[in-house]
Design a protein around this ligand. Structure first.
Ligand code: ZN
Length: 362
């Protein structure tokens, strides 16, 4: 027979404490599990490495390491910087098989050997200064683009901006062109398809120059939609004609929208809200890659389209909203041109702020 409890009230307190403990434990367990299912802590990754400064193009050349120095200094002085996942290109990725998906082996060897032989700054073709480190830096820029794809595809972040140089959208399968060596955006698109098993990728190129290299690589490809808006007629020439719409199975999946000098923000916003929106909704991309040049900025010494810094945020918002319609927000943005201080600082920051902003409720 059990001894009667001399302190019945104390016992009930003990039971209450046990119950409370159990409830508290369950609450913490549930909270922890729920946290694991929460969205990533960072919405936006900023892929950058000081190695991108080591592609020396000589004094006075517009595509210079100072572009990235100005950009990173400006970003780090701004509150958005703390909300970004700053990270470098992953060492775990070997970019070479992916470079060779889009470029001829002979050209890759020629570039490698020319850089190895270079004493100081020399040239590979008319518009492509090279220096001893150029090849390694260009390979690292590709790694940066692929790191951005991996981060977005793994859901580590919602979107990513890779602040890489040298740029890529003029690079041809068999040669360097227009400050570009390897087609960063094109290689990233193919990587997303072959490595991450995506079927449809769209590349939106808003650099002031037509992305002729990217166009060339996917002209006959029905799985990658290439959209270009650019000043026209302008460098690189007739490749930016609206008559070029793709070939064979890729017919209708290349869209060039030329813009006239001085058109300003309204002209490009109209294109994004009409022509681009229509093409995007029809193609339904599973990943969007932006060839983000900032040389259509009103301060740019090369371009003459007269865009404000703010328009880069507005264009980004339009693209995010279009992705959301498809049930995702997978955007990989890659730096192309941009040669003014305001374009490469304010323009880039407005783009990144719009990538990082909380999504609007549908
Ligand atoms: Zn450009």
């Amino acid at each position: 027979m059990m001894k009667p409890n001399p302190h019945p009230r104390l016992a009930s307190h003990r039971i209450s404490a046990l119950l409370l403990g159990a409830i508290t434990w369950s609450f913490f367990t549930m909270t922890t599990l729920a946290d694991e299912k929460q969205p990533a802590a960072f919405r936006t990754a900023l892929i950058y490495d000081d190695i991108f400064l080591e592609h020396d193009t000589g004094p006075g050349f517009p595509e210079s390491p100072d572009r990235l120095r100005m950009m990173t200094k400006h970003l780090k002085a701004h509150p958005v910087s703390k909300r970004l996942l700053w990270t470098g290109p992953s060492d775990k990725i070997d970019p070479m098989p992916w470079v060779l998906e889009m470029h001829e082996e002979d050209y890759v060897k020629e570039l490698k050997n020319a850089c190895k032989a270079a004493e100081g700054v020399t040239r590979l073709g008319a518009d492509n200064p090279i220096s001893p480190r150029t090849y390694e830096v260009a390979v690292k820029a590709v790694a940066g683009a692929l790191t951005a794809v991996d981060a977005v595809m793994a859901g580590r972040v919602t979107n990513a901006f890779a602040a890489v140089r040298p740029p890529g959208h003029h690079a041809m399968p068999d040669r360097a062109k227009g400050f570009c060596f390897f087609g960063n955006a094109a290689i990233a698109a193919r990587y997303a398809q072959k490595h991450h098993k995506l079927e449809r990728v769209m590349i939106v190129d808003w650099d002031v120059h037509h992305g002729d290299g990217t166009q060339e690589m996917f002209l006959k490809d029905p799985t990658v939609f290439v959209f270009n808006t650019h000043q026209y007629p302008f460098y690189p020439g007739p490749s930016g004609s609206p008559d070029i719409i793709g070939e064979g199975a890729g017919k209708g999946l290349n869209l060039n929208v030329p813009l006239s000098p001085g058109g300003g923000d309204e002209a490009v916003l109209k294109v994004f809200r009409t022509t681009l929106t229509e093409a995007f909704r029809k193609f339904k991309p599973q990943l969007l890659i932006i060839s983000a040049g900032f040389d259509a900025h009103e301060a740019d010494p090369l371009g003459a389209l007269g865009w404000s810094s703010d328009v880069y945020g507005e264009l980004t918002e339009i693209l995010r909203a279009l992705c959301r319609e498809q049930g995702h927000e997978r955007i990989v943005s890659l730096l192309e041109g941009g040669y003014s201080e305001r374009g490469i600082t304010e323009g880039v920051r407005r783009h990144i702020e719009a990538l990082e902003a909380p999504a609007e409720k549908p």
